[in-house]
Design a protein around this ligand. Sequence first.
Ligand SMILES: Nc1nc2c(ncn2[C@@H]2O[C@H](COP(=O)(O)OP(=O)(O)OP(=O)(O)O)[C@@H](O)[C@H]2O)c(=O)[nH]1
Ligand SMILES: [Mg+2]
Length: 173
Amino acid sequence: MGILFTRKWRLFDHQGHKVIILGLDNAGKTTVLYQFSMNEVVHASPTIGSNVEEIVINHTCFLMWDIGGQESLRSSWNTYYTNTEFVIVVVDGTDRERISVTRELYTMLAHEDLRKTGLLIFASKQDVKECMTVAEISQFLKLTSIKDHQWHIQACYALTGEGLCQRLQWMMS
Ligand SMILES: Nc1nc2c(ncn2[C@@H]2O[C@H](COP(=O)(O)OP(=O)(O)OP(=O)(O)O)[C@@H](O)[C@H]2O)c(=O)[nH]1
Ligand SMILES: [Mg+2]
């Protein structure tokens, strides 16, 4: 889908809570973004750069940045960190082989600009048989060792949106 700047993005500077969505390529980040913003599945190509959407829930505005997860793009993730309030990490529940790569990505939480962010982990593709459970992913990622960020992990099925909206409430609280 490429870089897509959508309506009213100027709010980013003044009113919107900035959310960045990170994770490995093919994890389901763009699918999550468009479920949040349009309530439908968008069949996207791998993201080169980022997509951004404004989402308003109960008068609260979120600006959600979905950032491409391919290896060559990960070194530029830090250019999106400024003013971020929440980080959503999408973990592909079917991708057991690369869960250790995801764990390495947690070094990002030590970044100065992300010191105070909340962390929400979506364990995606829960519809696929034999995908990793929330408990397995928590263990692989050693989530209980994260003491300096508020975090939550949520099972989700982004193709229907199941499991997504409940967690926006947590982000707002
Ligand atoms: N079965 C299943 N497939 C999903 C789910 N969420 C996303 N997918 C599929 O996973 C593939 C990758 O989804 P994307 O949303 O494009 O992945 P991405 O994380 O944005 O990938 P990059 O842009 O390359 O970083 C697509 O074929 C989606 O349809 C899910 O919950 N279940
Ligand atoms: Mg994408």
